[in-house]
Design a protein around this ligand. Structure first.
Ligand SMILES: Nc1c(/N=C/[C@@H](O)[C@H](O)[C@H](O)COP(=O)(O)O)[nH]c(=O)[nH]c1=O
Ligand SMILES: [Zn+2]
Length: 360
């Protein structure tokens, strides 16, 4: 019975994916004598936490009831008062907590506060499912840099375009729709200048029923982004990272068109420095859409947590054809980033595989 209610709490948390950053996804269910009396999910940073929504719905019935919550209740006053106090004051008698909060401010404090008030706390039901909700949050809280997903869409032989540069489309409509869901869930999306020059992409989220547009990031060391590029003219938010190689006039021009331009020191872009600056701007998750040179810099620097690979059942071939990961690559197999297959699903006639870093 316990798993059923925690599963419901996980599903409610997941419904708000893409909405709560920089906060985690959290769901809560309150049950009294086998009857669900309160439900809640955290919907937006700064608004009520899941536990409070559920307690508001339960009202008097919360007294003597049990609560299932996907993440340890907070005990510090952030933008809203602590949930642990609200749970105690409402008279909840038992709390099931699926996952721990790695936030040093909270780790274990919420649970200790509940136990000190005589509430029975049981940990670990559906722990894995609950932790999968918050890869982004857990990584960001501990590293203050965004969780990095490398998104690749390629043929069986790893090509992302033909030798003539044709790439629309390699994967099918369903996969591309799925790719837009990824954009909705990430705070920012990053491409290199070659992709901007080749595809003039918009990188917006187009899913039926809306969805949030990620902040668009361009790695463009010489600031070659055209002033009439869609990423400049469509008035959505764009942030370009350039280096000392770029011209001051071009910086001024793009800034006058509403683009944020950061000129990094040196002559090549340091990915680690970009991730730190994104973390300072509270970007908790970054979707890297390529192309191959950009993916290579994240791979060789080992600065990514996950790969989402869409493979179309076609063969393209060609030594000149661009591929998912280009650049110089690694020299020795021992330097290869080792991943583990997390999931593999058919989408239309394509396959979507998600690989996680071993230590994630
Ligand atoms: N060529 C393909 C992709 N190509 C991905 C990027 O190279 C494109 O520039 C980017 O998706 C364009 O974004 P838009 O302008 O917002 O539509 N991605 C895919 O999933 N399948 C493909 O077959
Ligand atoms: Zn809380």
């Amino acid at each position: 019975m316990n798993e059923k209610y925690m599963h419901l709490a996980v599903q409610m948390a997941r419904a708000a994916a893409g909405q709560t950053s920089p906060n985690p996804l959290v769901g809560a269910v309150i049950v009294k004598e086998g009857e669900v009396v309160g439900l809640g999910a955290h919907l937006k940073a700064g608004e009520k936490h899941a536990e409070r929504h559920a307690l508001d719905m339960a009202g008097e019935k919360a007294s003597g009831a049990e609560m299932y919550v996907t993440l340890e209740p907070c005990s510090h006053t952030g933008r809203t008062p602590p949930c642990a106090d609200a749970i105690i004051n409402a008279g909840i008698k038992k709390v099931y907590v699926a996952s721990h909060d790695p936030n040093p401010q909270v780790a274990g404090q919420g649970i200790r506060k509940l136990e000190a008030a005589g509430i029975n706390v049981q940990k670990g039901i559906l722990k894995k499912e609950a932790e999968e909700l918050n890869y982004f949050f857990f990584h960001f809280i501990q590293t203050k840099t965004p969780y990095v997903t490398l998104k690749m869409a390629a043929s069986i032989d790893g090509k992302t375009a033909t030798s003539q540069g044709e790439s629309k489309w390699i994967t099918g409509e369903e996969s591309r729709q799925d790719g837009h869901q990824l954009r909705h869930e990430h705070d920012a999306i990053l491409v290199g200048i070659e992709t901007v020059l080749a595809d003039n992409p918009s990188l917006t989220t187009r899913i039926s029923g809306g969805g949030s547009n990620p902040l668009r990031i361009i790695l463009d060391s010489k600031l070659r982004t055209p002033a009439d590029a869609r990423l400049v003219t469509d008035k959505q938010s764009t942030w370009i990272f350039a280096t000392e190689q770029c011209s001051k006039e071009k910086v001024r021009l793009l800034r006058s068109l509403g683009v944020k331009v950061t000129v990094l020191s040196g002559f090549s872009i340091d990915i680690k420095e970009v991730l730190e600056k994104l973390g300072e701007a509270e970007i908790t998750s970054l979707l890297v859409e390529g192309g191959g040179t950009v993916h290579d810099s994240f791979v060789t620097e080992n600065l990514f947590q996950r790969v989402v690979l869409y493979t179309a059942p076609i063969l393209i071939g060609g030594r000149q054809s661009p591929q998912s990961v280009a650049g110089n690559g690694i020299g020795k197999l021992s330097e290869a980033a080792v991943l583990q297959l997390h999931s593999s699903v058919n989408i239309g006639s394509d396959v979507r595989q998600i690989f996680l870093r071993k230590d994630e």
